[in-house]
Design a protein around this ligand. Structure first.
Ligand code: HEM
Length: 231
């Protein structure tokens, strides 16, 4: 090559940056999955919810589907409590099953359990979560997709639902109440630090990213199913 040859154009950075990229893993994960987030965020059912146009029945049906997913997520979490990868994400303050039960009791009455059942999409989602008992990195993917979402966009939903359905004093929206965590921006920063501190091989990192994309897709399927009945 002659001394005057132009320097080659730098290769574009792929969405899933190479392992030697200076980008942190949490940034890589978010960048590689943000288009899947958009599909969940802009789904018709979500849009109706965000616009305050969803019926109370529709909202209640979503809470019920959440209930089955979190029962699975938190059961698998307990099974992985001593795992060096999954264990570092488990936090008793995150537990959502008690607040989902309280919300369903408020929305459907004391016999709420007789009135809820997982839809087909939720059963598929739950089956995948249960498989993660043998795949700690995959469990982290599902944990991240739900809890980071709940402490982010979930906080908008909480305010919209309280107004749209006249739910006073947090009754019916306890699921979105993470008051015991303190500052949510600080929690999110700490969560990203935990992601960045994971001792992942490139193979495990790529698996975690792939499983997060799947987790988003499974959530979008649940929203689609809810939308067929309620939007
Ligand atoms: C309902 C409409 C939604 C809105 C308005 C919304 C909004 C947001 C916003 C503003 C953030 C950025 C927070 C930050 O950077 O600190 C965020 C992050 C996130 N959301 Fe959503 N979201 C919605 C739905 C969802 C759904 C359905 C899921 C998954 C089931 C989800 C999962 C996530 C996750 C995992 C993050 C964290 C991304 C990261 O910082 O790595 N969101 N959301």
């Amino acid at each position: 090559m002659s001394a005057t040859a132009p320097a080659p154009m730098p290769a574009p950075t792929p969405a899933t940056a190479e392992p030697d990229s200076p980008r942190s893993f949490s940034e890589r994960l978010k960048a590689a999955t943000w288009s899947d987030h958009a599909s969940a965020e802009h789904h018709g059912f979500t849009k109706a919810l965000l616009d305050g146009d969803l019926s109370l029945d529709g909202y209640t049906a979503m809470v019920a589907q959440h209930y089955f997913a979190y029962v699975a997520l938190e059961e698998v979490g307990r099974a992985l409590a001593d795992d060096p990868i999954a264990g570092r994400f488990l936090d008793p303050e995150l537990q959502r099953v008690p607040s989902l039960e309280a919300d369903l009791r408020h929305l459907l009455g004391a016999d709420w359990a007789d009135h809820v059942a997982p839809g087909r999409a939720t059963r598929t989602y739950v089956a995948r979560i249960e498989q993660m008992a043998d795949h700690p990195e995959g469990f982290v993917a599902h944990h991240y997709t739900r809890y980071m979402g709940d402490v982010s966009g979930g906080q908008f939903i909480r305010r919209i639902a309280a107004r749209a359905y006249d739910l006073a004093d947090g009754a019916g929206t306890a699921f979105y109440d993470f008051g015991s965590l303190g500052s949510l921006p600080r929690f999110r920063a700490g969560y990203r630090e935990r992601l960045d501190g994971l001792p992942l091989t490139e193979e495990a990192a790529a698996y975690l990213v792939r499983e997060t994309r799947l987790a988003y897709q499974l959530n979008t399927e649940v929203l689609a199913e809810l939308g067929r009945h309620h939007a």
